[in-house]
Ligand binder design. Structure first.
Ligand SMILES: O=C[C@H](O)COP(=O)(O)O
Ligand SMILES: CC(=O)C(=O)O
Length: 211
């Protein structure tokens, strides 16, 4: 799978977008293969650790069948470097003009973060209709998304932050939710222990979540 895709397509790749914090770049490729083996075709590697960009580069080169993106993009420089590393999409937890301008300049699809109605409206003014709702549970969760579906019918969300395997189906049943993001598919202890069969098992459950 190569080439860019519209942001709307990103939301259709998997009911759950795995949000990954990696401490060791050597775990990146087996982790991505484990997700794919479970039927999950997308992964967001967060730029929260020093190895994150190297991990993006490895997955982009070695596991082309998974769509690898960079998350926690909070500076223009990170947007540029993620694109250079081979990220196929970007995710930002919140949205500043500088980060959005840099994300636009990469030409990559991206999910800009919004946590309020006004932030979502500002992003819509920039032509962004696929958004990350972050931090989803703290920002109002399912009740928030239900409330904004009426006034902002053109927006679709990937809520992330505090969502679990148990609460994901309730989000996925909403008309304005394309997928949810979550870290539970790639537990940090499983990655550290090299327990990739656990990642595959969690990915299988997640891939089956679409109602
Ligand atoms: O910062 C939080 C991540 O984006 C999602 O993590 P979580 O699924 O553990 O809330
Ligand atoms: C919240 C999220 O997914 C991010 O840090 O980009």
């Amino acid at each position: 799978m190569t080439g860019t895709m519209p942001a709307a397509e990103l939301l259709r790749l998997s009911p759950v977008m795995p949000v990954v914090v990696l401490d060791d770049a050597a775990r990146a490729v087996p982790m991505a293969e484990a997700l794919l083996a479970g039927g999950v075709r997308v992964v967001e590697l967060t730029l929260r650790t020093p190895v994150a960009l190297a991990a993006v580069e490895r997955v982009a080169a070695a596991v082309p069948d998974i769509v690898v993106g960079a998350g926690t993009v909070t500076t223009p420089e990170q947007a540029r470097r993620a694109a250079d590393a081979g990220a196929r999409f970007l995710v930002t937890p919140g949205s500043t003009d500088a980060v959005l301008d840099a994300a636009d300049a990469t030409g990559l699809p991206y999910l800009p973060g919004a946590g309020t109605v006004s932030e979502a409206m500002r992003l819509a003014e920039r032509g962004r209709t696929e958004l990350k709702l972050f931090p989803a549970e703290a920002a109002g969760g399912i009740a928030f998304l239900r409330s904004v579906a009426g006034p902002l019918p053109g927006l679709r969300f990937c809520p992330t932050g505090g969502i679990t395997a148990a609460t994901a189906p309730g989000y996925l049943a909403l008309p304005n939710v394309g997928c949810v993001g979550g870290s539970w598919l790639t537990p940090r202890d499983a990655l550290a222990a090299g327990d990739f069969s656990r990642v595959t098992a969690l990915a299988k459950e997640a891939a089956a979540l679409r109602p």
